[in-house]
Design a protein around this ligand. Structure first.
Ligand code: HEM
Length: 327
């Protein structure tokens, strides 16, 4: 028996890792020893720090005393986070590698899942707030509106070619546009026909503020995604790569973004705002009844993937059943 303490014994794997680390740091002229000190002193990571929980939970600031205003704020924030997830997928379809149909399918399926979650949870808005409270606190929020969500528009711009986002009457005219035409197309973008005053047809402050803040950014996005928006990617695929699965996923995306989500949203507008003429004031008296329903908008990302009949009935069945209770 020796009097010496046992030499430290290390698992073979650990020694190998230390060697690999030594090489990694040496390659950058760094001293592994100093970094190991850092590791020794560092705290263990916690859940709350990792996801920035305290910050996240500190971002809700109601501006009225009505308790249900918090529901309205938090649900908008949840929606924006889902929009961020959707953009996180679509943003990655920006290189030539994006022309792989399996990769497109994977990303589109993820975006579909996010939109399904949003559509299903929209009942939180439709049934989950007290209408008396809503109509009161909503007046304190004017002219702010979800209409001003730029992420929503970015999802649309990444999903299709820009002509598909114009008001329906000019879509055909701009079908074969070039990147240099995008600025002209932008003046016909569908959302400039929304958030206008019902009485005068003038742009509301809601729309004007949105234009000042986001017009440039959105136009630049349209320019940058001219070749890598989902519609261009699909149409650029060789026929053999235009698989049925991808076709279905894109049709589903069209349905989710242009029918299902807008209809659950519209349902909440009908539920809260359509009661009597006084309530119209809660939107600032806008043209939302003509503007929001998908059957009027007829926004369709991929017309080539739908039959004549499907196109003709765009947005019809569901709205009659879900919003107006027609059997
Ligand atoms: C009780 C709940 C809600 C009501 C009553 C409501 C009402 C409205 C109205 C009336 C508009 C038309 C624009 C206007 O005339 O000002 C609008 C647009 C919009 N809202 Fe909401 N909204 C609600 C919840 C939400 C939520 C939770 C979101 C999520 C971000 C949202 C996002 C949007 C978007 C993206 C638009 C533009 C739609 C388009 O341009 O087609 N809304 N909303």
């Amino acid at each position: 028996m020796s009097d010496h303490p046992h030499p430290p014994s290390f698992d073979e794997n650990i020694l190998k890792k230390v060697e690999a680390l030594q090489e990694k740091y040496a390659a950058m002229g760094q001293d592994l020893n100093a970094y190991l000190d850092g590791l020794l002193h560092a705290d263990y990571l916690t859940y709350w720090d990792y996801i920035n929980l305290d910050t996240l939970l500190s971002l809700q600031h109601p501006i009225t005393p009505f308790p249900d205003e918090s529901i309205f704020i938090i649900y908008h924030q949840i929606t924006e986070l889902y929009f961020k997830l959707a953009l996180h997928e679509l943003d990655q379809l920006n290189t030539s590698a994006s022309k792989d149909p399996d990769l497109i399918l994977k990303r589109v399926s993820r975006v579909n899942r996010y939109f399904e979650a949003l559509t299903h949870s929209f009942e939180i808005m439709v049934d989950g707030m007290d209408q008396d409270q809503f109509l009161k606190f909503r007046m304190s929020l004017l002219p702010a509106s979800g209409f001003q969500s730029a992420q929503y528009r970015m999802i649309e711009i990444r999903s299709t070619s820009f002509d598909r986002l114009l008001r329906e009457e000019v879509r055909e005219k701009y079908e074969d546009h070039a990147p240099g035409d995008l600025e002209e197309l932008y003046s016909h973008i569908y959302w400039k026909a929304g958030a206008v005053e019902l009485a005068t047809g003038k742009k509301t402050l809601t729309l004007r503020q949105f234009e000042v803040k986001y017009d440039r950014t959105l136009l630049e996005l349209a320019e940058n995604t001219f070749e890598v928006n989902l519609r261009s990617l699909w149409n650029g695929l060789p026929v053999a790569a235009q698989t049925d699965d991808l076709r279905q996923a894109l049709r589903w995306l069209d349905t989710n973004v242009n029918i299902n989500w807008p209809l659950s949203h519209y349902k909440s507008a009908v539920r809260y705002l359509q009661r009597d003429p006084e309530d119209i004031a809660a939107t600032g008296g806008t043209n939302w009844q003509k503007y929001l329903p998908p059957r009027f908008q007829r926004r369709i990302f991929y017309p080539e993937l739908w039959s004549e009949q499907e196109l003709a009935n765009w947005g019809k069945g569901w709205v009659e059943k879900e919003v107006f209770g027609v059997k």
